[in-house]
Design a protein around this ligand. Structure first.
Ligand SMILES: Cc1cc2nc3c(=O)[nH]c(=O)nc-3n(C[C@H](O)[C@H](O)[C@H](O)COP(=O)(O)O)c2cc1C
Length: 175
């Protein structure tokens, strides 16, 4: 897409994917977007785990009670982890990287969805972070922020109508 604003109007969280792999070039471009993310003091505290294996995706989908279903049908997912010993604003650093992957995917015509992991729980009460950490052998000092799922779009979403934007949330000059 040539126009970022148009991309933002058309972007949606996509949770239904075609049963079709994403090309290695597109996977690489999405990861490049993550590695290009700005971070506080340029610490780049994130590390990403790319998961394509169906059985692993299915186990990851059980990491929380609600809202993790898209993981099981994704062509691949990127688990966004961040070193809590390197940055004091690691949540923000990880969030920027996840957002850039989401936007890069949209630009490539690939659907994606942010699946929240930090502060979420599995059906048995276990923390989602612990479940994901154990499945993927993620070291303790890395916080698992979210999993971003990717795949070719298998649902219809309409672009946002700009007249519906919440301009009342914008204050000019002072609150
Ligand atoms: C911090 C954050 C956490 C989210 N967690 C989930 C999630 O766990 N599962 C899910 O299906 N969608 C999740 N989403 C996607 C939101 O539900 C989605 O962005 C919102 O409903 C607006 O829809 P849109 O992205 O299509 O505009 C999350 C989004 C953000 C930014």
């Amino acid at each position: 897409m040539e126009n970022l604003h148009q991309l933002l109007l058309e972007r949606h969280s996509i949770r239904r994917y075609k049963d079709q792999p994403v090309s290695a070039d597109d996977v690489r471009t999405i990861l490049e977007a993550a590695l290009l993310a700005p971070s506080s003091k340029s610490a780049r505290p994130w590390q990403f785990v790319v998961v394509e294996d169906k059985a692993t995706l299915t186990s990851l989908a059980g990491c929380k009670q609600f809202g993790a279903k898209p993981i099981s049908s994704a062509a691949f997912a990127v688990v966004v982890t961040v070193d809590t010993t390197v940055s004091d604003v690691y949540v923000e650093d990880a969030s920027v990287a996840a957002t850039l992957m989401h936007l890069q995917a949209a630009d490539l015509g690939i659907g994606s969805c942010w699946i929240q992991i930090r502060n979420r729980f599995a059906a048995d009460g276990e923390s989602s972070e612990t479940v994901v950490r154990e499945i993927l052998d993620i070291p303790e000092q890395f916080s698992v922020e979210c999993i971003v799922t990717f795949g070719y779009i298998d649902e219809e979403r309409k672009p946002v109508d700009p007249s519906k934007l919440l301009w009342e949330k914008v204050h000019i000059g002072r609150w």
